[in-house]
Design a protein around this ligand. Structure first.
Ligand SMILES: [Zn+2]
Length: 64
């Protein structure tokens, strides 16, 4: 597996300690594309919001 530094684009087989030997940067990524795990499923948030709106309407109908 190859790694590439994101600071200076240095390519190497391995970075000892995860640090680029050329510039000392920690921004070293592996050859494999990193999946964006931070991309959360937006429908879950929308579902929870819809649920809260429904709950609010239900309470309002009950009270009025
Ligand atoms: Zn570098």
């Amino acid at each position: 597996m190859s790694y590439q530094c994101q600071e200076c684009a240095y390519k190497g087989r391995s970075f000892t300690g995860g640090v680029c030997p050329a510039c000392g940067s920690y921004k070293v990524k592996s050859g494999r594309p990193i999946k964006q795990t931070e991309a959360r499923k937006p429908y879950r948030l929308a579902l929870s919001i819809a649920l809260w709106i429904y709950l609010a309407y239900a309470l309002a109908n009950k009270l009025l």
